[in-house]
Design a protein around this ligand. Structure first.
Ligand SMILES: Cc1cc2nc3c(=O)[nH]c(=O)nc-3n(C[C@H](O)[C@H](O)[C@H](O)COP(=O)(O)O)c2cc1C
Length: 388
């Protein structure tokens, strides 16, 4: 492992390395949130308000960390969230992330907005994988994804429901980068000509929303950019009925990502979901939304022990995962922590991020005196009144 990566002691150090490597607009695209970034900050700081309450003098010579997610066995309760435009952060893109994820025995989510074709990822990657899907205006495109994922052997789907419109990411506006991106390929290229970073050097191949680009060629009668096509696909009419439709169409493990309330969690399960991803899109959509960690207990109480509950957003330490699982989550999910690693050093950087988090997780389990994740429960975590 290269010097700088091996000297990174935590996710915050990897973030500093990523900031050095990337042009500011690209770093800000990863790092930023919507409006005043209140939710972005709160997602992480909310974990500080929980104390870990240890047992002592238990045998912690061996720690059982494994669990099951989307019906797949994983090494510890963590998964990698879907992130779009990954090739912009490192030329090896999703394949680098997926390889590191497989090395760590974790579950990887490929985004619809990814820059690697789902078939290519499935071929190159033997580990457990889910595909993050949207219900687009063009339901045919969504149905096509379902069929392609089944064919390619994806183990589950995650339906993202917190993006009826793009969040107001002001850093991106200031930098001239919007989401969904409004950049044409030409402007994307010109944007990329940053002195410390060049798009062709970083990508080594065509930069593309690889899973949807064929659709534009087929459907666009006039001159429409790929990003305009996708931007126009976000559908504000989507309701629970559409979730029922998707659940029937897929007929396999399906998580709904972007749930905040126990009522919606219950509706999701009633509509056919097998899992809930408590998420506010990493503070990139509705600013002011509660931190996922604060919703775990409510959601778990509402849906019982059966469905997966994944706490997504704000995880920066392995101890955060211990807290979330003690509160009732099946697992946690991370976006920026692995992207900082990717930007800092490609596959080795993702590997470093996952190693650091795992070491922290395991050490926290030992110090908390809990030798099996299945034994973590609410008595190991407490939220003192004065910190509310
Ligand atoms: C650069 C970036 C791109 C993202 N792209 C997507 C996406 O395409 N689909 C999606 O459902 N969520 C997307 N997300 C949200 C993540 O899946 C996840 O919810 C979020 O990153 C979790 O918060 P964290 O970064 O604090 O771990 C993205 C997040 C980032 C940082």
């Amino acid at each position: 492992m290269k010097g700088a990566l091996s000297r990174a002691n935590n996710i915050a150090d990897l973030r500093v390395l990523a900031r050095r490597k990337l042009p500011r607009p690209v770093f800000d695209y990863i790092d930023g949130g919507s409006d005043d970034e209140v939710t972005l900050r709160r997602n992480a700081s909310a974990f500080e308000h929980y104390e870990l309450v240890p047992d002592v003098l238990t045998d912690v010579s061996r720690i059982e960390t494994g669990t099951t997610l989307f019906g797949q066995r994983v090494r510890w309760p963590l998964m990698l969230s879907p992130t779009g435009l990954t090739r912009m952060f490192h030329g090896h893109a999703e394949l680098a992330v997926a390889r590191a994820s497989a090395k760590h025995g974790l579950l990887y989510s490929l985004s619809t907005m990814g820059t690697t074709r789902l078939e290519e990822l499935a071929e190159a990657y033997g580990g457990p994988k889910v595909f993050q899907i949207y219900i687009f205006k063009d339901r045919g495109l969504t149905a096509e994804f379902v069929a392609r994922c089944r064919e390619a052997g994806f183990h589950g789907l995650t339906l993202t429901v917190d993006t009826p419109v793009a969040g107001n990411r002001e850093r991106d506006r200031v930098n001239g980068l919007s989401l969904p991106p409004r950049l044409t390929m030409k402007s994307m290229l010109s944007f990329a000509l940053h002195p410390a970073w060049s798009l062709p050097a970083v990508t080594g191949s065509k930069f593309d929303l690889a899973n949807v680009s064929h659709r534009v060629d087929a459907l666009a009668a006039g001159p429409i950019s790929l990003f305009d096509y996708i931007g126009g696909q976000f559908d504000r009419t989507v309701t629970w009925r559409d979730v029922e439709w998707l659940a029937a169409e897929w007929n396999g493990p399906l998580a709904i990502k972007g749930i905040i309330t126990p009522e919606d969690a219950k509706r999701a399960v009633d509509s056919g979901a097998t899992g809930i991803v408590i998420s506010n899109h990493g503070g990139r959509q509705l600013d002011g939304a509660p931190a996922p960690v604060d919703q775990i207990g409510l959601v778990r109480d509402a849906i019982g022990t059966g469905p997966d509950v994944i706490c997504d957003g704000g995880i920066r330490r392995g101890s955060d995962v211990v807290k979330a699982v003690a509160l009732g989550a099946t697992a946690c999910s991370i976006g920026r922590p692995y992207l900082y690693g990717l930007a800092a050093g490609g596959e080795s950087g993702v590997d470093r991020a996952l190693s650091l988090l795992f070491e922290e997780f395991e050490r926290t389990m030992i110090l908390a005196g809990v030798n099996d994740v299945a034994k973590l429960d609410c008595r190991h975590v407490r939220r003192p009144q004065e910190l509310w």
